[in-house]
Design a protein around this ligand. Sequence first.
Ligand SMILES: Nc1ncnc2c1ncn2[C@@H]1O[C@H](COP(=O)(O)OP(=O)(O)OP(=O)(O)O)[C@@H](O)[C@H]1O
Length: 279
Amino acid sequence: MADGLTSGTAVPGGHALGGHAPGGHAPGGHAPEVLAPEVLAPEVLALTGLSWSVGGSAILSGVDLAVGEGEFVAVIGPNGAGKTSLFNLISGLTRATAGRIVLDGADITTEAPHKRARRGVGRTFQSSSVFPTMTVAEHVALAQQVAAKRRGRTLATDALEHVRLAEKSEVHACDLSHGDKRKLELAMLLASGAERLLLLDEPMAGVASGDVPELVDVIRALHQDEHRTILMVEHHMEVLLGLADRVAVLHHGALLAIDTPERVMADERVQEAYVGDSL
Ligand SMILES: Nc1ncnc2c1ncn2[C@@H]1O[C@H](COP(=O)(O)OP(=O)(O)OP(=O)(O)O)[C@@H](O)[C@H]1O
């Protein structure tokens, strides 16, 4: 194990998750050399013992995770670790078989996806979902319309400014690069009132490498300038350095570690989990 690893890192609200005693100390009682960032903000999301089984197979087991207001937590893990399944549970696409999901203090474990969306949870998927023949502006207007009664909606023009697509508002989605399609999805989330929690499932997937830095900048600005609370699945650790406050590592459906990106990268258990896969 890497020196000072804290799988029981202190989390917002003073809780300690990951099965260890409060205080963010490493197993074995040693104080970590560098404390993982503790977000002194109200908890937006708290997962407790979250589990999901299908046909007797445990896909996710006992996941404890808290995300503070304005925090950016990345979720990584080898293929099949359960990252998308975790997002499906949080967004309500699938129902947990055990455990609890609390959003802003309300138990939403059994709530329908549209009710979670009304509470300000927004999600993107691994593959981008835009309408080829509609313009950028039409997409964002549609997102506003669909969410007409939700509070927290960002004005369509502001949403496009935030994702740096304002100058392409009349471009049809079919003529956008993949990176711009991803930005458009983010603008739609903002316009639809996803003000409490953004769940971004591999937003860099399929994006040309030359477009990745710009997309990373857009997401960084949503976090740092707009103070959005973000949970993001990402395969590449280098993307997360300087972006995520903490990185949660899933392995075989369980939370293996949660700490700063640097410390997670140095964690031998994490490296072992990734043998044969890229970290
Ligand atoms: N509806 C389902 N029924 C049965 N098994 C499922 C279902 N959905 C996911 N799984 C299994 O659960 C495991 C976790 O899948 P999941 O897609 O959550 O992993 P992941 O970490 O997102 O993987 P990747 O990095 O490849 O996207 C996989 O073994 C997958 O085959």
